[in-house]
Design a protein around this ligand. Structure first.
Ligand code: SF4
Length: 118
């Protein structure tokens, strides 16, 4: 089984080709210009993760929303569950940049932090 993808680990965007067996085990990676690309391809085929960036509603601030992000990448399969938690939230100003808004969101071991202050 063969899977093609673009490495998004840096702006070069190398085209990667991954060979897998029937169980999904990665047999080889080609097209990468460095080791990071190989690791990206393996992770993408076995446990794809992404940073989550979004906004949360705020009461009493100069703006109605504050930007937030995950403190580390989370599994792609947990994105919707995390967004449902975030979308139900409303914060009260003031909020400091870097403040932990949600600790260990959806048992990912990752926090949601504010990326601005309000
Ligand atoms: S394989 Fe290496 S050089 Fe190519 S896009 Fe990925 S990180 Fe960048």
């Amino acid at each position: 089984m063969k899977k093609d993808m673009i490495c998004i680990s840096c702006p070069l965007g190398c085209p990667l080709s991954v060979e897998m067996d029937e169980s999904g085990k990665v047999l080889s990676v080609s097209g990468n210009s460095c080791k990071r690309g190989e690791q990206y391809a393996i992770d993408e085929c076995t446990n794809p993760v992404r940073m989550l960036t979004t906004t949360i509603r705020v009461h009493g601030g100069a703006l109605p929303m504050i930007p937030v992000k995950t403190s580390a990448p989370i599994p792609k399969g947990k994105m919707m569950e995390c967004m449902q938690v975030i979308n139900r939230m409303a914060l009260d100003a003031p909020i400091r940049m870097g403040e932990v808004i949600i600790c260990n969101i959806c048992d990912t071991g990752v926090d949601i932090i504010a990326t601005n202050e309000l």
